[in-house]
Structures are given as C-alpha cells and as structure tokens.
Design a protein. Structure first.
Length: 149
C-alpha cells in the first residue's frame, strides 16, 4: 500500500502529464506557486535537513481546488481508479452498476450467482429471447429469473 506522500506524488505527476498543464511552469502558474517549488514536489527533492519535499494536506487541498479536482482527489490512489465508462476495460459489474436501478441490479447479481456458484442455468429457447424483438413483448426486467432445480 502506498503512503500518503507517494499517493500525492502520483497524483501530482498525473497533473504534470495532463494536457491542460503539461509543464512545471504551466502548473506553477495555475497553482500560484513558484516553478522552483513545483519542481521540488515533482522531483521529491531532498531538504537540507534530510527530509523530502512532500505535498502536505493544506497544499493538497489547494491543488485540488485550483485545478478543479474534487476534495480528496490528491489522497486517492490513482492505481485504484475505476475505468471510465467508455473504456474498453469496463467490467460487467461496473457496467451493470451504472445502467440498472438497485432492485434490478440485485436481481441481475442473484441470477449470475445462481448460474456461477449454484450451477443453475436458465433454459434458452426461441420462445423466450434474451432481448425482446418488439416493444409489444414483455420487457426482460419484468420476467422472473428461471430456476432449474
């Protein structure tokens, strides 16, 4: 697990790599800081006292505010970010979570659980298509999951 200093440095690096800033000078200007200070944060420069130039909590909140990020963004590990909905790496669970209301989401996960863990698979036939062919047919979400016992 990353330390808060490592996490903030990773987020800071993301800002420097972003097209909207892209350089130490541009980010320094946006933050109202000197390019020297931004460079020290970027490089995690050593202080004369032996410590490393890290981004403290007050500076992290300023960075978030001045760059339009949500509060706490600097403290959240970028390696744990969820993929964007348009991403090819989108998981089924993430897709379902963003497309179904909670009651239907629960039913979908129950059905998946039954199929995977209880090895109970619904019977597929031409009489009950997975997708309704026309609006006159009963919507999928109104059907009860089939139970093979």
């Amino acid at each position: 697990m990353k330390t808060i200093e490592e996490t903030r440095h990773a987020r800071f690096t993301q800002l420097l790599d972003a097209q909207e800033y892209g350089s130490v000078g541009a980010l320094a200007k946006a933050l109202g800081r000197s390019p020297a200070q931004v460079s020290q944060w970027k490089n995690r420069s050593r202080r004369a006292s032996g410590g490393v130039c890290n981004i403290d909590s007050e500076s992290a909140r300023d960075i978030e505010r001045l760059t339009g990020r949500e509060r706490g963004w600097m403290d959240s590990d970028p390696d744990r970010d969820q993929p964007a909905m348009s991403s090819m790496g989108l998981t089924v669970a993430t897709w379902l979570d963003h497309t179904l209301p909670e009651d239907k989401l629960n039913r979908a996960f129950w059905l998946i659980h039954q199929m995977v863990f209880a090895d109970e698979w619904p019977e597929l036939s031409t009489a009950a298509p997975l997708m309704p062919a026309s609006p006159s047919r009963e919507p999928i979400e109104e059907r009860e999951p089939s139970r093979n016992r």
